[in-house]
Design a protein around this ligand. Sequence first.
Ligand code: MN
Length: 379
Amino acid sequence: MEKNVTILGSTGSIGTQALDVCQANGFNVYALAANRSEQLLEEQVRAFQPKRVCIADPAHYQSFCTRVRDLDVEVLTGIDGLCELAGDPNAGIVLNSVMGMIGLRPTLAAIEAGNTLALANKETLVTGGELVMKCAAEKEVRIFPVDSEHSAIFQCLEGYRHCHLNKILLTASGGPFFGMTRKELEEITPERALKHPNWSMGAKITIDSATLMNKGLEVIEAVHLFGVRPQQIEVVVHRESVIHSLVEFDDYSVIGQLGVPDMKIPIQYALTYPERTACPTGRLSLTDYGKLTFFKPDLETFVCLKAALEAISRGGLYPTLVNSANELLVELFLKGKVSFLQIGDLVSEVLGERCDGPVTLENILAAEKQAREFVLRKI
Ligand code: MN
């Protein structure tokens, strides 16, 4: 397949797997961007020979330029560099897999330029969902979800566009602390929280999976991507992560998408759509699993999920508020500055803040600041 791909966040977990997918499918890697992982980015530039590259952290710009000075590649930096790559008319499909809400502006830049998006940066939709979906509709830009659950829902809905969707069953692994009580969660260290049972992912999302914040963010993401009300989404804990999500239609027929828990499948489908090609991953054997299990989520223990559901039912800037508080708290938890339970407690408490107004880029950034200040005041 002749296809240009631009990867923002190429040194992260999604980015490196996306490069494997590009290699397996013979895609042309047009541009790459990373925050500050100089050495890995340099290796990627040497291996894939993109035309343009961005090292987003300006403190790493000079030394990165020196590393690649023998190569014919243009080096950019900063958030402006990310937006420049996202909006490049030759970018091809823009895979946005940067971490955190810094990903919002590049998403908007890609849409503005009419570039197709493969979206792995969930904060883009969590914070700017209304704005992003409106711009995408205006510019007729397609957004292909990379998140495994949303890719599953997208795949379940294909061929049923004329049918009315009753509800979405969003599956959750339950994370490493499934079944534990609040008391048992008191002593959780970053090391323990970083061990996920099924998925291999970056540190931020692994912690979010342990608190179930990740599932809350995914509910918000799904509301925007699929145009449903929050009440139409049911979170189902499914420990094996084999069913990646399901949809229910008016006749109560339920359609699901299954596969081994490997991000390469949804990453590849976002890049090869509407085609399917052999994926560099394992095949699913249901008889190896024997049985699949399902549970209701424990909202009283995993209060992050409850807070995220409350935020999306209020709408507006409240999802930004909980997301931004969570981003900072996860960072502080990984540094040993707050406890595991404090993440959920403060993500819940931030909803006591008033944060009204329309969802504009300016207000989103103001809500982020408000949430961060709230957290810093409380710890
Ligand atoms: Mn997911």
